[in-house]
Design a protein around this ligand. Sequence first.
Ligand code: AMP
Ligand code: GLY
Length: 424
Amino acid sequence: MKILVIGGGGREHAIIQKLREDPRAETIYALPGNGGIAADAICLGGSATDIPGALAAAKQYAVDFVVVAPDDPLVLGMADALEAEGFPCFGPRKNAAILEGSKAFSKDLMKKYNIPTAAYETFSDPEKALAYVDACPLPTVVKADGLALGKGVLICETREAAKNAVRSMMEDKIFGESGAKVVIEEFLTGPEVSVLSFTDGETIVPMVSSMDHKRALDGDQGLNTGGMGTVAPNPYYTAAVAAECMETIFLPTIRAMKAEGRPFRGCLYFGLMLTPDGPKVIEYNCRFGDPETQVVLPLLEGSLLEIMLAVSQGRLAETEVRFSGKSACCVILASKGYPQKYDKGFPITLPETSENEHIYIAGAAEKNRQLVTSGGRVLGAAAVAEGLEKAVEAAYALADRIHFDNAYCRRDIGRRALEARDNG
Ligand code: AMP
Ligand code: GLY
């Protein structure tokens, strides 16, 4: 089979490496791909949001299957466009991707179907939003309705901060039209868990749980980033919590989407908070998480391609999805200064890897046959081992064998998870 993967980050590299394990995956194209992905796929360049470009590539290379990995092309309707031209896709259609594309939509869906989430109000009039903020409980959470590169959520301790958030989103339009509407919601507390799932709209199969580390600095300090590391499984996500989530969140969500005439086919990502009142949905994403994928897929046994085909053909119920009982950790090596200003263009030296080690390239380009840094998050060093402690050790041992100037990583990925495991 010829497979086209849309996207060009660490997540896509992990997907491509896993797809390649199936002997049916004869040729994999990546659009755009990146300098590191080029070792595992034919990189086409271009832009992941270019729908006509993706269609043209699918035709030119006569691909049999397309995996649309990032949120923005899905929300724009890339899967619809490809399927309309006869290219089967892994990834939800536009009318289901709205679960991530509009927070107002997802909140209203949860309210209508009694799916536990933070209490909220939606506003499209800045005056009303400002009046609400004058009296709401603090802290409060102000969210841009649409996609905002993961930056559209502001936790506000004071009324002044909440008003500034409302004004910057609704009046100054710092996220463009994504902030034309805002959701203002109750501040929740508790450990966060990411659960990715496969679903064909009828059947839902959760993958192994994971924990992201979003802040730039050790001890969860510093600015929010796209993710500085992950571990799987997440020790807070016990079998009892998993059973409760299946009953109160996962099944109700796919049933709700079906009932609304928006069956969700693809990877549905549940961002959960385990609050004192039980698990609640913080957000839905319509795609694999980054860098969650980099710890979840190495634990998947069997063929990712087979599962993705089954999802797109509506036969997930008959397909085996199995995870090894091992643990995984991924440490992101970033450019010093990320998520703000950083230099790029530094040569990267990669070591040999063993079967249990994976290097997923996110922000690197090839220049004169040399891999050089080209982004804030440069790559992920991931390792699989028996137990979380060994996985964390192995991921850092791998990270420490990778070199480029100005490399920065958090040194405490997995620490909180290990403490949770030891305390509970
Ligand atoms: P999101 O982009 O929706 O994932 O939000 C980013 C982060 O903001 C989440 O991972 C949470 O840590 C935090 N967050 C979002 N909503 C809430 C909430 N209602 N209460 C507390 N923290 C939240
Ligand atoms: N790691 C969070 C996300 O992919 O949105």
